[in-house]
Design a binder for this molecule. Structure first.
Ligand code: ADP
Ligand code: MG
Length: 498
C-alpha cells in the first residue's frame, strides 16, 4: 500500500499527491522498497481526473471501486450487498476519498457538490467501523439541520445497515426516549437535529448519554456553524452536543456542499490531523443544471411569470422556493385553484402534515411543491426537473443549495430565478455562480458592481404581498383591519376600566 510505504515522508507525500513538487525534490529521498513514483503519479492523476483535492498528512489512496472495500478494508459482503442494492455501481468522487479516510479513523472536513453522494460517503465507513451491535448505547451521532433531512438520512442508514444488526434511531417524539435508557442502549446510530438532542441532554438528569459516541458526523456543517439568537443558534447547539460527546475515542467528520472559511479554521484548530477534501471548485453550482435568470420587473410580475410558466407546460416535479412561510401560503392560495397537483410545505404544518406532503411529493401525487428554506438543504427528491426561485435568494450559498435539489446524481435539471429591481443588490453574486457553471448571463448583469456585504447572512428583503388583489385594495383592507382591531381594543379597555 502506498500509504504504509510513505508514512515517513508524510509531508512530502502530500505535496507529491497534489502534484506540487517537482521530480527533483522526489529524488532527494530514498524510495527503495517504497512506493514507486509511477504509483504516486497514478494516484495524483486519478485524483486530478475526478477533481479530488486533499490537504493533510498521510492521506490514503482513493477508492477506485466498491469491491476494493472488501480486500483493502475488510468490509463485509453484507455491507457490499447493501451498497449494490441501492444501485450504486461505482463510488462518486467524494466517496472515493472520504470513505478510505474515515475507514482509517481520520477526522475530515469534506466539501462536495449538491447531489454528489455525501450521505453514503459518511454512512458506509461509519457502519463498517461500528462493526456490529454492542448494546452499550449510542456510538455514532449524525446531525442535520432539518427533520426532513434527518428522516432521509435515517432511511439511507437503514438500507445501508440492513442485516448488520446495527440499529439506527431517530427521535420522533422526545417522550419515546425520555427515561428509557434500556431502549436507548439497544440503538447504535442516532440521527437528529441539534434541537431534539439538546432537549434530551438538557433534562435533569440528562435523558441521553453520549459518552460512548465514537463518531460525530455533522452534515450541512456550514449551516450548523451559523450563529443565531440564543437557543436557536445552531452553533451554540453544536458546541453543546460536541461537549457532551466526551469519549476520548471521539472522531468528527464534517460534510457540506458549500464551504465557509470559518468552518475550515475551526476544524483546523480543533480536529487532530485533519484532512480537508473538496471535490471540484468550492462553492459552485452543479454544471448539470441549466440555470436561467428572468427579470419580471416588479413583484406582481413574478405572479404573472409563474402562471405563464405553469400554463405553457413543463415536466414535473417542480419545486418553487419563496423566502417565508407567509409567502408560501400566499403563493399557494394564488395558484392552488389553477392546478390540483400543487401543494405547499412550511414549518407551520404539523410534523405529520409535513411527512404526508413529502411522501405525496415523492410518490408523484404532488407535482408542484411550494416551499421555503426548509427544503433548501440536503433533500434528495428523485428527479426534480425544475427549481424556481420565485423569491431571489439572499446569498449565493442559499442559491447553490436551492438549485441543487435538481440535477442530482449526474442527472440534468433546470433552474429559473426571478428577479425584480429590488433584487439588483444581490444579483451580481448569484449571476457569477451561474456564469461559473457555464450558463449564460447577460453582460449588463455582469457589469453591475458587487456590494460588499457586512456579513454573509442577510435577511430577505421586505416584499409586497403575493396577491392578484391590487395593492391599493390590499392597503385599504389592511387599514380597515387595523381600525377594527383598535376599536376592539378600546372596547375591551373600557370594560376593564369599568
Ligand atoms: P449529497 O448529500 O451530496 O447532496 P446524496 O447523498 O443525497 O447527495 O445523494 C444524491 C443521490 O445520489 C441519492 O439519490 C443517492 O442515492 C445517489 N447516489 C449516492 N451515491 C451514489 C453512487 N455511488 N452511485 C449512484 N448513485 C449514488
Ligand atoms: Mg447531503
Amino acid at each position: 500500500m502506498v500509504i504504509d510505504c510513505l508514512k515517513t515522508f508524510s509531508v512530502m507525500k502530500n505535496e507529491i499527491l497534489e502534484g506540487l513538487t517537482t521530480v527533483n525534490s522526489i529524488f532527494k529521498f530514498d524510495f527503495s522498497n517504497k512506493a514507486s513514483y509511477a504509483d504516486i503519479s497514478k494516484v495524483t492523476h486519478f485524483r486530478r481526473v475526478h477533481k479530488i483535492y486533499v490537504t493533510g498528512e498521510d492521506v490514503p489512496d482513493p477508492l477506485e471501486n466498491f469491491s476494493q472495500l472488501v480486500g483493502d478494508y475488510g468490509v463485509s459482503s453484507t455491507i457490499l450487498d447493501n451498497i449494490k442494492n441501492l444501485g450504486y455501481l461505482n463510488p462518486t468522487p467524494i466517496q472515493m476519498q472520504a470513505i478510505p479516510l474515515m475507514m482509517h479513523n481520520r477526522q475530515i472536513l469534506a466539501c462536495a457538490p449538491t447531489g454528489s453522494g455525501k450521505t453514503a460517503a459518511f454512512l458506509i465507513p461509519l457502519i463498517h467501523n461500528l462493526k456490529g451491535p454492542e448494546k452499550v448505547g449510542i456510538r455514532a451521532v449524525i446531525l442535520a439541520p432539518t427533520r426532513e433531512l434527518v428522516k432521509q438520512t435515517y432511511s439511507f442508514c437503514v438500507k445501508l445497515s440492513e442485516e448488520t444488526g446495527l440499529r439506527p434511531l431517530i427521535i420522533e417524539n422526545v417522550n419515546d426516549v425520555k427515561d428509557r435508557p434500556k431502549f436507548l442502549r439497544k440503538h447504535d446510530i442516532l440521527i437528529s437535529t441539534p434541537n431534539r438532542l439538546i432537549y434530551l441532554l438538557k433534562n435533569d438528569p440528562p435523558s441521553i448519554k453520549l459518552n460512548k459516541v465514537q463518531w460525530l458526523v455533522v452534515d450541512e456543517c456550514d449551516k450548523l456553524f451559523e450563529t443565531g439568537k440564543e437557543e436557536k443558534s445552531f452553533r451554540d447547539q453544536l458546541a453543546f452536543i460536541y461537549n457532551a460527546c466526551d469519549s476520548s475515542f471521539l472522531k468528527r467528520a464534517m460534510f457540506s456542499a458549500t464551504f465557509r472559511h470559518e468552518v475550515e479554521e475551526w476544524c483546523k484548530l480543533n480536529l487532530d490531523s485533519l484532512v480537508c477534501v473538496s471535490i471540484g471548485t468550492k462553492n459552485t453550482a452543479v454544471e448539470s443544471v441549466k440555470q436561467e435568470l428572468l427579470f419580471t420587473g416588479w413583484e406582481a410580475g413574478k405572479l404573472l411569470a409563474i402562471k405563464n410558466f405553469l400554463q405553457e407546460g413543463f415536466t414535473p416535479p417542480c419545486l418553487i422556493f419563496v423566502q417565508s412561510k407567509e409567502r408560501a401560503k400566499e403563493l399557494y392560495s394564488e395558484i392552488a385553484f389553477l392546478y390540483s397537483k400543487v401543494y405547499v410545505i412550511h414549518s407551520d404544518l404539523t410534523q405529520e402534515q409535513r411527512d404526508k406532503v413529502m411522501q405525496n411529493f415523492i410518490d408523484g401525487k404532488i407535482w408542484i411543491l411550494i416551499c421555503t428554506e426548509l427544503m433548501g438543504r440536503g433533500m434528495d427528491f428523485q428527479d426534480v426537473q425544475v427549481v424556481i426561485n420565485y423569491d431571489f435568494p439572499t446569498t449565493a450559498i442559499e442559491y447553490i443549495h436551492r438549485i441543487g435539489r435538481t440535477g442530482r446524481a449526474g442527472k440534468t435539471g433546470r433552474a429559473i430565478t426571478y428577479f425584480t429591481t429590488d433584487d439588483v443588490e444581490n444579483l451580481k453574486n448569484i449571476a457569477q455562480v451561474i456564469k461559473n457553471a457555464g450558463c449564460e448571463v447577460p453582460e449588463y448583469i455582469m457589469s453591475l458592481k458587487t456590494k460588499k456585504k457586512k456579513n454573509e447572512f442577510q435577511r430577505p428583503i421586505k416584499r409586497q404581498k403575493i396577491s392578484t388583489v391590487p395593492v391599493y385594495d390590499l392597503q385599504k383592507q389592511s387599514k380597515k383591519r387595523k381600525l377594527i382591531q383598535n376599536s376592539i381594543k378600546k372596547k375591551l379597555k373600557k370594560k376593564v376600566d369599568a
